[in-house]
Design a protein around this ligand. Structure first.
Ligand code: ATP
Ligand code: MG
Length: 733
């Protein structure tokens, strides 16, 4: 009956059996935190302490919730039903539907997606005569979300909290937005937690009802809760005090979404009787993987401090590989080859299942090269927690632009882009175009031209459409001369499409811009635009079926809590990982969060971790050299095997010119930057610049050295911000 307890080590067992009172399990990756939580759940039910509906369990993703439900079912020996198990959002939505009336909603209220939220906010701002050009709505949306993350309803936002937005009008606009939502019987995502927390805070009866219901509360990935989530938990746990949170401060990777690692410290303050259990044996990874991850994270300051030792019986294993490659295509080829080789032979006399392999990227745009490679090889893959590259909205838009360029009769493409970015071409204008197109049996674009000629359109619509049509003529004209890569890039630029995303201040916008750059990069791989478009159709047809073994592709953020036998970690280059944006925005804090992300990445691997970096990345038609991530240098060398690096330095000299030949018309006109540099043969030589020295860099301009080691310099550039560069690229200023 209690044999499920035998599958735990003594510390884990203590964490499971200490059922009553507050408990914090603070432990490193792979130490069995999630296993403890799942077993604890089953233990509470099996010992008759509570019915399934009396335990509240919070996971970070829906996927994790499904897994926990399954495992609890296995431990119980029957399907687990009637559980309150899910993400914060899912659980709050459920509560909110129960008490909708108390908040002025009906139980069928709708939950708006990001697009609808923004549309609504824009309406509110327009109604308040805010100049949307000067004060873009996404900026305000972000501020509102931050307030909601902190549990602040409009009345709770103090004047000092108000931003400079639209002359201190952010608060009243927030209030107006909330009123509109209510009038529409709708919530946005942040409201789910905000409303429920507010309700628990103000309505003793409802709070009492939940106090009686939830005897036990379980929380996974506690380090990534934000303030409102914490307040919600605290309110619910107040009465029983039976709350168990498991987490790892080294895996806190969502501060950009309002997560506050301080919640761990707060827990011990708010629940003074809390017991803290530490787990130190890692059962997931081999010793070298663990040592590499521990060595890396040791570079962070301000950690709570934990010990982590190998707990696997077969903990010996191969070193972590670090592979240097010429460019991202070669990187994708390497990963593809390794996947194929492992599939044939996993090195232990068996075949390596595809679902036991994962490629974890820092930025969404990186998936494209791997997707294409895997499709070419016929290796099934799935994108976890996101869309396949060519399915992403901004890429579909860009494809529509490209299609209308070669195929003016492509009505679907025209309709997609005619008002994106917003040109004021509304339904009425579209209807007129459709009517004319039907009458005359001509494409929409031609119909639009006729309507313009006839003077049938007026004002802003007329001007905007005329601009677009003239643009299309112009781009079509330059196509033979400039080549299609430049033309499509120009088109995305001049049409205002890129600008639309540049002005967007939402958290997703920078990723979308990166995807668009990657899109233009991908164009360059084909002989003709038609060839590219055909390729895209083929890729899209390559339908993702949910059945069967497949390689997982996802961002590092989406990989939290998961594990795989083999993990590929590509793109470990300065600027990409650590990501430049994180460094620019967060300084040292940003760097430390990036390092935690790297720690999360390595610790997903059970048996094999393969880190790679490319020496060159193409940005539009230009090449940019990149230097290996500082995280690679921070890995303890005795656990790391470096390959493929030295060869490249020479290769790059030989290959650079031919790579440019004929392929990129733009390269001929624009300045080319081909930086050829020594790959990490890494002879230790004394740093030639002292901290504080003023330097000049070819690409980044003037700056001041903030740290120097080996042949790398950290420089605070006057214009370009903090970067790590090779000292051979800077000269004394
Ligand atoms: P993360 O920090 O990445 O979320 P975690 O601490 O939640 O990791 P788990 O995912 O629960 O760790 O466990 C890691 C792996 O170790 C799992 O495969 C789990 O089944 C296994 N494991 C945990 N505890 C034990 C144990 N006592 N004996 C054998 N295997 C164990
Ligand atoms: Mg876990």
């Amino acid at each position: 009956m209690t044999d499920y307890l035998d599958r735990l080590n003594p510390e884990q067992r203590a964490a499971v059996e200490t059922v009553d009172g507050p408990l914090l399990v603070l432990a490193g990756a792979g130490t069995g935190k999630t296993r403890v939580l799942t077993t604890r759940f089953a233990h509470i039910l099996l010992t008759g302490r509570a019915h399934p509906g009396q335990v509240l369990a919070v996971t970070f993703t829906n996927k994790a919730a499904r897994e926990m439900r399954e495992r609890v079912g296995v431990l119980l020996g029957r399907p687990a039903e009637g559980l309150w198990l899910g993400t914060f959002h899912a659980l709050c939505a459920r509560m909110l539907r129960r008490h909708a009336a108390l908040l002025g909603l009906t139980p069928t209220f709708s939950i708006l997606d990001a697009d609808d939220q923004l549309r609504l906010l824009k309406q509110v701002m327009e109604a308040a005569s805010v100049d949307l050009k000067r004060w873009p709505a996404p900026g305000l949306m972000a501020a509102i979300q931050r307030w909601k993350d902190r549990g602040l309803v409009p009345a709770a936002v103090t004047p000092a909290e108000d931003t400079d937005f639209a002359g201190g009008r952010a608060r009243p606009l927030y209030a107006a937005y909330q009123a509109r939502l209510l009038a529409l019987n709708a919530c946005d995502f942040g409201d789910l937690l905000l409303h429920v927390t507010e309700l628990l805070r103000t309505n003793a009866e409802v709070l009492g009802q939940y106090h009686r219901q939830f005897r036990y509360i379980l929380v996974d990935e506690y380090q990534d809760t934000n303030l409102v989530q914490y307040l919600w938990l605290r309110l619910l746990a107040q009465a029983s005090g039976n709350i168990c949170c498991v987490g790892d401060d080294d895996q806190s990777i969502y501060s950009w979404r309002g997560a506050e690692v301080e919640n761990i410290l707060r827990f011990e303050k708010d629940f003074p009787a809390a017991r803290v259990v530490r787990l130190e044996s890692n059962y997931r990874s081999t010793a070298p993987i663990l040592a590499a991850a521990s060595g890396l994270i040791a570079h962070n300051e301000g950690r709570l401090g934990k010990t982590l030792r190998p707990g696997r019986r077969d903990a010996a294993g191969e070193q972590v590989s670090v592979v240097g490659l010429w460019d991202s295509d070669e990187e994708a080829r390497m990963v593809g080859e390794r996947i194929e080789a492992l599939r044939r032979d996993d090195g232990q006399g068996g075949r390596h299942g595809l679902s036991e392999m994962a490629i974890l990227v820092r930025a969404g745009f990186q998936t494209r090269a791997f997707e294409e490679r895997l499709i070419t090889l016929g290796v099934p893959y799935r994108i976890v927690g996101g869309l396949r590259f060519y399915e992403r909205a901004e890429i579909r838009d860009a494809i529509a632009y490209a299609r209308i360029l070669v195929q003016p009769a492509d009505d679907l493409a025209f309709e997609r882009i005619v008002n994106v970015p917003r040109r004021g071409v509304g339904d009425a204008a579209l209807r007129a175009m459709h009517a004319r197109a039907r009458e005359a049996g001509i494409p929409l674009l031609a119909a639009a031209a006729i309507l313009l000629d006839e003077g049938a359109l007026k004002g802003r619509v007329r001007d905007a459409l005329r601009d677009l049509l003239r643009g299309l003529d112009r781009w079509r004209e330059t196509l033979p001369r400039e080549g299609y890569v430049v033309t499509v890039a120009t088109m995305l630029d001049e049409s205002g499409y890129m600008e639309m995303w540049q002005r967007d201040k939402s958290a997703e916008a920078p990723g979308r811009l990166e995807n668009l750059k990657e899109f233009v990069r991908a164009l360059g791989d084909f002989e003709t635009l038609q060839g590219f478009l055909d390729h895209v159709s083929l890729v899209m047809e390559n339908e993702e079926s949910s059945e069967g073994e497949r390689v997982s592709l996802m961002t590092l953020h989406a990989a939290k809590g998961l594990e795989f036998d083999t993990v590929f970690l590509p793109g470990w280059e300065e600027g990409l990982f650590p990501n430049q944006r994180a460094l620019d925005e967060g300084g040292n804090k940003g760097l430390e969060e990036e390092r935690r992300l790297a720690y999360v990445g390595i610790t997903r691997a059970r048996r094999r971790a393969i880190i790679s970096h490319a020496a060159n990345r193409r940005i539009y038609a230009n090449w940019q050299s990149s230097i290996p991530s500082r995280f690679i240098e921070e890995l303890p060398s005795e656990h790391v095997a470096v390959t493929g690096a030295a060869r490249l330095a020479r290769d790059s000299m030989l290959r650079a010119p031919s790579v440019f030949a004929g392929q990129f018309p733009l390269a001929a006109r624009r300045q080319q930057t081909i930086d050829v540099w020594e790959m990490p043969a890494r002879p230790a030589r004394a740093a030639s610049f002292a901290v504080g020295a003023r330097v000049f860099h070819q690409k980044f301009g003037y700056g001041t050295v903030t740290a120097a080691s080996d042949n790398r310099l950290d420089v605070a550039f006057d214009k370009a911000g903090a970067k790590r560069v090779l000292d051979s690229f800077v000269e004394p200023a």
